[in-house]
Design a protein around this ligand. Structure first.
Ligand code: SPD
Length: 383
């Protein structure tokens, strides 16, 4: 059956109520539509009810949520919060916080798609947001409860991933560069080429994250880290497979312990996690490679299934307080999207200059090409 026929059949199923809006989007994507095209088709079918009163996370902008619940369940990246952030919230609001962690966007999304419910706050990177919206996993926020929103720096408002700031509140931002032991590595580390250098065989790691590994080698060859060009992707795959021969492992946040001990000398790693490791191992440097790398922002969102939506909004508003946002960045080493917090940092983390931004690139949703990237990553890991 042609794709057009299959799409028509899918629309019919949606209109008869035979499938959910979430299933509709996933199946349309499986037929080759991008997330945005699938979302547009959903709207055209009258199936996009996101944000309507009573159904969304916050309902209409001014609508009341339930009274404050006694629990809050947060699902966030590891090593990404100050020790007292949650305990202080618990004391002030009388809400018990449960905090689970993940190591990649894909791990978090897979868990939600597998039906995990009970989370009130998740913290995806911007490029994942369109997927979460289109698949109905998160809902719009109720701005009535976000009285500290004005603290968000203008450059973090109206992000391409969330125009109108309807579904997210920014958490922190950073870059995905290279961490290295300055006492062990005597040659300059300034390029993704270092991962091809046999003198560091078995002493290097890259992130356990296909978007970051394939993206790094795309930049290495002068391409966008969001490329969907088959030839560019094939070359990036070949570069990644060549690098794999020199790697000890694919490891993200947990590599910090090995950088500290000296088991690993060179790692693809985020700036803030490097800063955290440097507190224990001063012989650590961090570089944005000359070919460029990812700049990202992670965003707080509320799943549609969240049982404690009012507590989730209180949490986001609490994080937007100047002193709470500053304490987060002081502990994690990441940048704050909160203009009021930025003035309170122990060590300022300035937003990149125009010059630096030429080497940095935000990841975007790859739409129908996500499947191609996933396949390439699987092939790299099994090479
Ligand atoms: N330890 C916290 C790391 C957060 C990284 N988030 C963004 C990753 C973008 N690929």
């Amino acid at each position: 059956m042609s794709t057009r026929k299959q799409l028509e059949r899918l629309v019919g199923q949606l209109e008869r109520g035979g499938i959910s809006r979430r299933d509709f989007v996933w199946r349309a994507m499986a037929l080759g539509l991008s997330v945005s095209s699938a979302g547009a088709l959903l709207s055209a079918c009258g199936g996009d009810k996101g944000g309507q009163a009573g159904e969304g996370v916050g309902g209409q902008a001014g609508a009341d949520l339930d009274s404050l619940e006694k629990e809050l369940h947060i699902y966030n990246w590891s090593d990404y919060i100050a020790d007292d952030t949650a305990p202080n919230f618990e004391k002030e609001f009388g809400v018990k916080v449960t905090y689970d962690t993940y190591e990649s966007n894909e791990e978090m999304v897979a868990k939600l798609q597998a039906g995990a419910t009970g989370y009130d706050i998740i913290v995806p990177s911007g490029y994942i947001l369109p997927v979460l919206v289109a698949t109905d996993l998160i809902g719009p926020l109720n701005k009535k409860y976000l009285t500290n929103w004005g603290n968000v720096a203008s450059i973090f408002q109206n992000l391409p991933s969330d125009p109108g700031n309807t579904h997210s509140v920014p958490w922190q931002w950073g870059t995905s560069g290279i961490a290295y032991r300055t006492d062990k590595v005597k040659s300059p580390v300034d390029s993704w080429a270092v991962f091809h250098d046999p003198q560091f065989r078995g002493k290097m790691t890259m992130m356990d994250d296909g978007r970051e590994v394939i993206g790094a080698f795309l930049r290495y060859r002068g391409h966008s880290l969001n490329s969907t060009d088959p030839q560019q992707l094939a070359k990036s795959k070949a570069d990644a497979v060549q690098a794999k021969k020199q790697l000890k492992a694919y490891l993200s946040a947990p590599v910090k312990a090995q950088l500290i001990s000296g088991d690993v000398w060179i790692s693809q790693l985020w700036n803030g996690d490097t800063t955290q490791a440097k507190a224990e191992q001063p012989n650590l440097g961090y570089v944005v490679p000359k070919e460029g790398c990812t700049i990202w922002g992670d965003l707080m969102c509320v799943p549609r299934s969240a049982p404690n939506k009012r507590a989730a909004h209180e949490w986001m508003n609490y994080i937007l307080r100047p002193e709470v946002g500053a304490a987060l960045s002081n502990a994690t080493g990441y940048g704050t999207p909160n203009a009021a917090s930025a003035k309170l940092l122990d060590t300022p983390i300035p937003y990149p200059t125009e010059e630096e931004l030429k080497r940095l690139e935000y990841q975007v949703d790859l739409g129908r090409d996500t499947a191609t990237w996933d396949q390439i990553w699987t092939e790299i890991k099994s090479a």
